[in-house]
Design a protein around this ligand. Structure first.
Ligand code: AMP
Ligand code: GLY
Length: 416
């Protein structure tokens, strides 16, 4: 079978890498891909937004399974369009993808099915926002309802910051119509966890847990990014927490999907905040996480193509999904200045100097005149597996020193 992976980040490189190992897969295409995917798959120059172009490519090349990495094509309804043409695709349909496209919708769903989450208020204009601020203490969290490239969540320490955030989102429209509605939310404390799940329309199966590091600098300082590193399993997860997540979160989500008539198939990424062993839902994403996927795929023993086909067919079974007990870690190398402005086109050195047990997943890279150069904010995810988390982490940090490019930066405290 031929597989098409849509997207061009570290997540997609990890998915391509894992799909290549499947006995069911002869060839993998990646649209648009990066320099890393081009080494193990064939990159295709079609944008993730060009749904018609992707359909034509899948048809003309007899693609048996298409896998969607990023949220944008999912929210645009790529799954419905592929299925209309009789093409098999892994991901939720447009109706289900609305959970990522609207934070207010997710909050309403969580409330309706009594799933633990932060107290909130949905507001439709600036004045209403100001009036409702009084009901929350500080810090308070202000969220643009729609997609905002990870920048739509603002944690406000005081009333001036909160007013300003409301004004920027609802009056100045810095996120366009994504800010037509705002969610004002109680600030939660605790430690975050990412629980990605395979959902096949009937059942929800959590993957191994992960721990993401969003702030740009050590000790969680600086602006939020897409993720500066990751490890799996998350150290907070023991049997007790797994059971609690199953009972209080996963089961009611699945019941909710069914009673809303939602045929959710694909990955549901649940962002959790855990305090004193109690999990609360921060958000849903309707796709694999980045860089969670990099550390999680390193621990998946089973055939990913088989899992994806069975998910799309609504017949995934628990025994389809097996994990290694070992630990994985991923540290992201970014361009200096990320998540704000940064330069591109810097040559990357040392990619072939890392030890053989280290995997470097590419994110923002491309090939130019035979050289691999930087082409984005997050550039590489340097990953390793070990018998302990310490071993995985030390292997990564020993090896990351061997890779360099002008302005390269990474956090030193991932998985510590
Ligand atoms: P979201 O896109 O909703 O997950 O928000 C992005 C990040 O903002 C999360 O990963 C958290 O770090 C932070 N965040 C979101 N909501 C809250 C909250 N209610 N309390 C504390 N931090 C939050
Ligand atoms: N690493 C968080 C995300 O993929 O949204």
């Amino acid at each position: 079978m031929k597989v098409l992976v849509i997207g061009g980040g570290g997540r997609e490189h990890a998915l391509v890498w894992k799909l290549k190992q499947s006995e069911l897969v002869d060839k993998v295409y990646c649209a648009p891909g990066n320099a890393g995917t081009s080494q193990i798959a064939e990159n295709v120059n079609v944008s993730e937004k060009d749904i018609r172009g992707l359909i034509d490519f899948a048809k003309n090349n007899e693609v048996g399974l298409t896998v969607v990495g990023p949220e944008l094509p999912l929210v645009m309804g790529i799954v419905d369009e592929f299925e209309k043409e009789g093409l098999k695709i892994f991901g939720p349909n447009k109706e289900c993808a609305k959970f990522e496209g609207s934070k207010a919708l997710t909050k309403k769903f969580l409330e309706k099915y009594k799933i633990p989450t932060a107290k909130y208020k949905q507001v439709e204009d600036y004045e209403e926002g100001l009036l409702n601020l009084e009901d929350f203490g500080f810090p308070v969290v202000i969220k643009a309802d729609g997609l905002a490239q990870g920048k739509g969540v603002i944690i406000c320490e005081n009333i001036d910051m909160a007013k300003n955030a409301l004004k920027e989102i609802m009056v100045d429209k810095v996120f366009g119509e994504s800010g037509d509605v705002v969610v004002i939310e109680e600030f939660l404390t605790g430690e975050e966890a990412s629980v990605l799940c395979f959902v096949d329309g009937n059942n929800i199966y959590p993957m191994e847990s992960a721990r993401d590091y969003k702030p740009a600098f050590d000790n969680d300082e600086g602006l939020n990014t897409g993720g500066m590193g990751n490890y799996s399993p998350n150290r907070l997860f023991d049997e007790k927490l797994n059971n609690k997540v199953r009972q209080k979160i996963l089961n009611p989500i699945m019941e909710g999907f069914k009673s809303e008539g939602l045929d959710y198939k694909g990955v549901l990424f649940i962002g959790l905040m855990i305090e004193n062993g109690e999990p609360k839902v921060l958000e849903f994403n309707v796709r694999f996480g980045d860089p969670e996927t990099q550390s999680i795929m390193l621990r998946l023993d089973s055939d990913l193509a088989n899992i994806m086909l069975n998910t799309a067919d609504g017949m995934l079974a628990e025994e389809d999904i097996r994990w290694t007990k070992r630990h994985s870690a991923c540290v992201v190398m970014v361009s200096g200045g990320y998540p704000e402005s940064y330069e591109k086109g810097k040559e990357i050195f040392g990619l072939n100097d890392v030890d053989s047990n280290v995997i470097v997943f590419h994110a923002g890279t491309k090939t130019e005149d035979g050289k691999i150069v930087t082409d984005g904010g997050r550039v590489l995810g340097v990953c390793a597996v070990g018998d302990s988390l310490e071993e995985a982490r030390e292997t990564v940090y020993e090896n990351i020193k061997k890779i360099s490019f002008e302005g390269a930066y990474y956090r030193n405290d991932i998985a510590r």
